[in-house]
Design a protein around this ligand. Structure first.
Ligand code: KG4
Ligand code: ZN
Length: 341
């Protein structure tokens, strides 16, 4: 059993996953439970906030109980309760935060608020046996696509971010246009696995020679026009054969991932930082992992991805970062607020 004075119970409920984990010393995962609502939102092609809130309310208590049980720890073993306090859906955040406050009060433990994006970055840091700051960090998820200069687990300077859609959002919308399942990222990955990724041309939006920002909405429009003609006006989709859909999914996925890779290498050249961290739901993508690995070889950039299970929303990253914040004395009182942005 891990040193109990270092155990943090983390709670994540910012979007459509109810997740609870127990992590020792910000490193050792004792338990991780994730309840995904993906099936409940599938018919709508995206997260419905009202449904998400209700589901969190139903699941939060059993998820906490299971995570604690699986960890082999008891309440008396814990050093703190960490919880995602921002950003996210207000109603969803409130349920995790209220549960965390109740536990912190009842068990007389410090309450540690955690920023969801910083937690995604921490998930990538957890993949490294030791840290050599600074890192260049890409967070790429359904709600965010941004590059940071990371100088500690708690310090991240924004270098660039998306001007419109996040990469995951673009994949989710593209999947809908292609009649694929929700969430779209994994669906496009599965559909495009054996597809010809060169068959359909999509421009890589680089936004000028120096920009470290992203833009994916044009790519989405390009897909719509390829499917439904100029202006997107034709009713019937042009995908006549199954192989067309497979190639379209592969080509779109390739274009999104290639843009991410190019921006990371540009950011590395601009900042002179040769160490890259990548986290967030889209970091699960195997095409991205392969492309990044290949592209990094020549400039000698070392890319570290968060472990696949800790790319999509989870509470291990919350408990992990919670430990780092607890050590830095960054705790909150029971009046803690949640913030959508
Ligand atoms: O980090 P995450 O779970 O939630 C947010 O903070 O947004 O990311 C969810 C996003 C969704 O857009 C989903 O389609 C995408 O991550 N995603 C993937 C993969 N798995 C999840 N995108 C590409 N390939 C995947 N394997
Ligand atoms: Zn996330």
């Amino acid at each position: 059993m891990a040193d109990s004075s270092r155990l943090v119970l983390g709670i994540e409920s910012s979007c459509d996953e109810t997740a609870v984990a127990v992590v020792a010393g910000g490193r050792e995962v004792l338990s991780s439970v994730v309840h995904s609502q993906a099936l409940q939102h599938a018919d709508w092609g995206g997260v419905v906030p009202e449904l998400a809130g209700r589901s969190h309310l139903r699941e939060i208590r059993p998820t906490i109980e299971r995570a604690l049980h699986d960890s082999g720890a008891t309440a008396g073993d814990l050093a703190a309760i960490a919880v995602t306090s921002r950003p996210g859906l207000l109603g969803s955040l409130l349920i995790g935060a209220t549960a965390a406050k109740a536990l912190a009060w009842a068990w007389e433990l410090p309450l540690v608020p955690v920023h969801h994006i910083e937690a995604h970055i921490y998930a990538a840091l957890m993949a490294l046996p030791e840290w050599h700051f600074p890192y260049l960090t890409l967070v790429v998820s359904g709600g965010h696509t941004a590059l940071y200069r990371t100088t500690s687990p708690l310090d991240h300077n924004l270098l660039g971010s998306t001007l419109d859609d996040a990469a995951g959002e673009a994949l989710d919308k593209a999947a809908m246009m292609l009649d694929l399942a929700y969430p779209g990222g994994p669906a496009i990955e599965a559909e495009g696995r054996d597809g010809d990724a060169q068959r359909y041309a999509f421009k890589r939006p680089m936004l000028g020679p120096d920009s470290l920002d992203f833009s994916f909405s044009g790519m989405k429009t390009a897909l719509l026009y390829k499917l439904k003609g100029p202006g997107g006006k034709r009713q019937d989709a042009t995908l006549e054969e199954a192989s067309d859909r497979t190639a379209m999914a592969a080509s779109f996925e390739q274009a999104v991932m290639d843009t991410l890779v190019r921006k990371c290498l540009r950011a590395s050249a601009v900042t002179g930082i040769p160490r890259l961290l990548i986290g967030g739901g889209v970091a699960r993508n195997r095409r991205l992992r392969l492309m990044m690995e290949r592209a990094c070889a020549r400039p000698g950039v070392v890319a570290t991805f968060a472990p696949p299970d800790f790319c999509t929303d989870n509470a291990v990253m919350v408990a992990g970062l919670g430990w780092a914040r607890l050590e830095a004395g960054e705790v909150a009182d029971l009046g803690m607020d949640v913030q959508a942005r």
